[in-house]
Ligand binder design. Sequence first.
Ligand code: S3P
Length: 451
Amino acid sequence: MSGHGTPIPMTSRKCGPLSGEAHVPGDKSISHRSLILGALAVGETVITGLLEGEDVLDTAKAMRAFGAEISRDDAGVWHVHGVGVGGFAEPGGVIDCGNSGTGVRLIMGSMATSPIVATFSGDASLNKRPMARVTDPLALFGARAVGRSGGRLPMTIVGAVDPVPVRYEVPVPSAQVKSAVLLAGLNAPGQTVVIEKEATRDHTERMLAGFGAEITTEVTDEGRVITLTGQPELQPQTIVVPRDPSSAAFPVCAALIVPGSDVLVPNIGLNPTRAGLFYTLQDMGADLSFENMREEGGEPVADLRAKFSPDLHGIEVPPERAASMIDEYPVLSVVAAFAAGDTVMRGVKELRVKESDRIAAMAAGLRANGIEVEDGPDWWVVKGRGHGKVAGGATCESHLDHRIAMSFLVLGMASEKPVGVDDGGPIATSFPIFEGLMAALGADIHRDGGI
Ligand code: S3P
């Protein structure tokens, strides 16, 4: 459990070749949006392949609290009976979003232009994260927010009674902020315009169009200008959630660094706003190919094949790629440790305000395991040691961050000595089947093993 339960220490040891197929769960970003947009449509939205991780389950609970009827049938298909744009009821209790920044920020946006009041809270990680980035633009619609100092949760949002549409330039590259503004714009009359200088994941735009909203994106000198016409009647959809590239990253990266590996990761969403890691790995000399490229449900999809790559080399990751791989830097830094030379990552300030400060968390754990790391406010450099030269031997703190925990477990699969994490519990937020899936490929991961 993320931040609520007893810590689950885990250890990963050097293993033989990883092989087989890795069927990773559904995309987390699309899963949250499926539930929220389903709740805002009139009628029944049917969702197959929903990620059943804690983050998404918390969003399902929240949508029920706002009045949607949500059920899961025996075949694992989810059914959402929405209340329509502007139809949210006022929740009777506090909305607990657990570990999920995406959940809380998107839900705040979706209720901020309805005349209701809701209080949001989360676990120790989420309650430290900045919310002003969302409440500032929501105030322009007429919503009010009262939270803890520094704009932290717990926080109450008083929805606007007479919302006005807004024009908002997102000051940080954040799909969560962009999406919160668009979701708020749904219940404002007229056109809401969001401008982003750097392209971030565009699932909200694609899905809003799929649900029948009038939404356009224009690429101009200012950046991407997204215009949404408010107060549509959203049409319920049948959604097949593609598998999550951010989860695929773990078996893919593990296969690249464990000698002899050959792993197929089928049906991975390869939306260009999400796929930056895979191109970066190819630039580093990874034996990684995209097979069977196709389009499913409006998203590009492929099967990824990753093989052990003995000649990885460090690169300067193009900073303009950062938004398209923002969640993948922790596991990239692990691959970088097994590459020859420096991997330089710039323009990544946002990593400091994720579920943890991901630069600090990874730098500390990598250093403890014998890898040199340099870091500054918005950059870091991993000094690769090459295959067979990563020491391991230390236990790392996961800081309530699923991706930090999984990254260090991948490190242990190819380092000389085992690598531990103090708490693997947060993995359940995004990739609840991680342990079993990696073990089936041949990984040696255990709970409470100690190193
Ligand atoms: C997400 C956006 C990103 C990402 C997060 C999911 C989304 O966050 O890190 O895991 O689904 O919109 P930011 O918007 O803070 O960059």
